[in-house]
Design a protein around this ligand. Structure first.
Ligand SMILES: Cc1cc2nc3c(=O)[nH]c(=O)nc-3n(C[C@H](O)[C@H](O)[C@H](O)COP(=O)(O)OP(=O)(O)OC[C@H]3O[C@@H](n4cnc5c(N)ncnc54)[C@H](O)[C@@H]3O)c2cc1C
Length: 603
């Protein structure tokens, strides 16, 4: 039976605010909005507590000073340096100053953090977290064992249930609705259970769709992380920012990709090469194994390249936790213990576990401001897109610059989720009227669905998805070369054509996963193309964007370690319709603090 997607069958509903995404960022915002009495709808492809925030292990960063002396200024410095100076320093200051307040707010909501003997929140060291501007590691990561995201997401969900937030579970948002003035006035969505299309009209739409790690073959991300929010923004003419910067986490389980939190090294785990050496001491004498992720991943790769990898093929590194003791491991890293058994057949209390850098996090996303408002180029400048906000991993504020520090994402999603919520309440609350919907509000989504429907003998979406993933893994991975990225740009353009020919063999309505997966691939190609085109154009090494052609020694007078601040200290904006790039400056002036000028990044 054909689904027959026509305008007459599209239902319309009205809300003050529609939030796309029920992860930590979406539910932080929705909680404030629902408590303020706004009529708020939260859409999610999965049940809220299955959103990917649930997988976060290690902690949330905040300078509470519970276990070692710390302050927001040290956190601010580490974040600017960790991001290789591409982060906007005003946004970073805002996030680091807000951190203790939001952690205590989560604590008061009932989030079950681990405790010290004196009752304060337990904090562990983490990558790139230092005291006194890089002097020595500091304990800044507030943790609930190695299940911090799980604890956070369940806490936020329970608070939202109490606040009577309206959840639309297993609803997939399809497209943003913009009116003739370019303002966002709602979204279209597919109800998976029935296969019906709906228009959700809103005074404000907030995107909180999380990451897109599934554009890579080896990723720590859940299968739902296909970059839908980025695809929706790109199709609606909103550029994607800094998409060349993808974080590869040093410790994905070799062969499986499942994450072993940086909290392992925070608790004292050591990376060892095939000779059994603690090689990070050579590369980073002060921070050692707790240097930022981009740096550690590259050092691991260097060891492997120089023949000092582990195993019969010398193609991985060992993470050694055997000296931590069974008591610490079972108390602080219980999930890691299970992951060792289940994914590597290793008892981590007795033997080291094989690891390899694995795609983990996107630093780029939908350009947004400290208030969560989306900003896009207009009339030669950057202007707010009325009615549209973005928070969490799908957004780019930008606080992570070219490389995120561990535990700064759980922080980012709550800080900016709350900030967006507050701004919406103050500016677009109940008093405002809905703008009228354009007459063609659902046309784009219906046309896209009909195209899939009519293409019965088209390409199978998952074959195309596999080819996208393989292309990204080969051409945009932890180490890049100019020639390989250029080749990747050409390949991804061909894949984009293939995406246009995806078809469905099953056109039934009820919970048709083939249709949902095909729609996801249409979003993935936007993210993949944005990444490769942005990466191939950036002729330097910065943070996670490491290109061997531009590599230089640390004492190079103009481009230390390959970073070219004269030409490339700027944000990238990729436009989908023209497949072209523009740039905008990095905010180097913080809100109140002293600006931290770029310097050589050593640890
Ligand atoms: C394994 C792992 C461990 C991590 N550990 C840490 C850590 O210890 N500390 C830290 O700071 N960070 C950590 N991170 C990063 C951090 O967890 C994420 O960046 C963060 O949780 C993302 O939150 P979010 O709200 O932006 O998105 P998510 O939690 O991913 O939520 C996205 C939501 O959007 C919905 N959605 C997506 N597309 C659609 C659509 N089309 N229609 C409707 N709904 C849609 C999904 O259903 C979901 O509800 C980790 C990441 C991974 C992968």
């Amino acid at each position: 039976m054909t689904a027959n997607f026509t305008v007459s069958k599209v239902s319309k509903r009205q809300f003050d605010v529609v939030i796309v995404g029920a992860g930590g960022s979406g539910m932080s915002a929705s909680l404030l909005l629902a408590n303020a009495g706004l009529n708020v709808a939260v859409l999610s492809k999965v049940f809220p507590t299955r959103s990917h925030t649930v997988a976060a292990q290690g902690g949330i960063a905040a300078s509470l000073s519970n276990m070692s002396t710390d302050n927001w200024d040290f956190h601010f410095y580490d974040t600017v340096k960790g991001g290789d100076w591409l982060g906007d320093q005003d946004a970073i200051e805002f996030m680091c100053r807000e951190a203790p307040r939001v952690v205590y707010e989560l604590e008061h909501f009932g989030m079950p953090f681990d405790r010290n003997a004196d009752g304060t929140i337990y904090q562990r060291p983490f990558g790139g977290h230092s005291s006194n501007h890089g002097e020595k590691p500091v304990q800044r990561a507030c943790a609930a064992a190695d299940r911090t995201g799980h604890a956070m997401l369940h806490t936020l969900y329970q608070q939202n249930v109490k606040a009577r937030t309206h959840f639309f579970v297993e609803w997939m948002a399809l497209d943003l609705i913009r009116d003739a003035e370019g303002d966002v006035v709602g979204v279209t969505a597919l109800e998976m259970e029935t296969g019906e299309v709906h228009i959700l009209q809103a005074k404000t739409v907030l995107m909180a769709t999380g990451g897109a790690g599934r554009i890579f073959a080896a990723s720590t991300n859940a299968y739902i992380n296909t970059g839908d929010g980025l695809g929706m923004a790109a199709r609606a003419g909103i550029p994607l920012q800094d998409m060349e910067f993808w974080q590869f986490h040093p410790t994905g389980v070799h062969g499986a990709g499942v994450l072993l939190t940086e909290g392992c090294r925070g608790e004292g785990a050591i990376l060892r090469n095939g000779l059994g050496d603690r090689f990070m001491e050579r590369y980073a004498p002060t921070m050692k194994d707790l240097s930022p992720r981009d740096f550690v991943s590259r050092c691991m790769d260097q060891e492997i390249k120089e023949g000092r990898g582990c195993g019969p093929n010398k193609d991985y590194i060992n993470l050694d936790m055997t000296h931590l003791g069974v008591e610490t491991i079972t108390k602080r890293l219980p999930s890691v213990l299970e992951i060792g058994h289940n994914f590597a057949n290793v008892d981590i209390t007795l033997e080291p576990i094989p690891v390899i850098p694995t795609n983990h996090y996107q630093m780029g996303g939908i350009p947004s401001s400290i208030t969560g408002q989306v900003v896009a180029p207009k009339d030669g400048g950057q202007q707010v897109v009325n009615g549209l906000y973005a928070v969490g991993e799908c957004s780019c504020v930008s606080v992570h610059g070219a490389n995120r520090l561990g535990c700064n994402s759980l922080l980012d999603i709550v800080v900016f989720g709350f900030a967006a919520g507050k701004h919406i309440i103050a500016n677009c609350g109940q008093s405002h009227h809905h703008k009228p919907l354009p007459s063609d509000a659902a046309d784009l989504s219906l046309a896209r669905l009909s195209q899939l429907e009519s293409c019965r003998s088209g390409e199978y979406s998952q074959k195309v998805a596999d080819d996208i993933r393989a292309t990204m893994q080969t051409h945009a991975s932890v180490f890049r070369t100019q020639a390989s990225m250029d080749e990747g740009v050409a390949k991804i353009a061909k894949l984009r054509e293939r995406v246009g020919h995806i078809g469905l063999t099953d056109t039934s309505r009820i919970f048709n996963t083939e249709r949902i997966e095909a729609l996801e691939v249409i979003n993935m190609i936007e993210v993949a193309q944005a990444t490769l085109v942005s990466a191939a154009a950036r002729h330097e090494c910065r943070g996670a964007h490491s290109v061997s052609d531009y590599d230089r020694p640390a004492d190079d007078p103009t481009c230390p370690l390959g970073r070219d601040d004269v030409h490339w200290l700027k944000h990238t904006l990729w436009d989908s319709a023209s497949n072209s790039l523009s740039y905008k400056p990095v905010h180097l002036t913080p809100l109140t603090a002293q600006s931290i000028p770029p310097k050589v990044r050593t640890f």
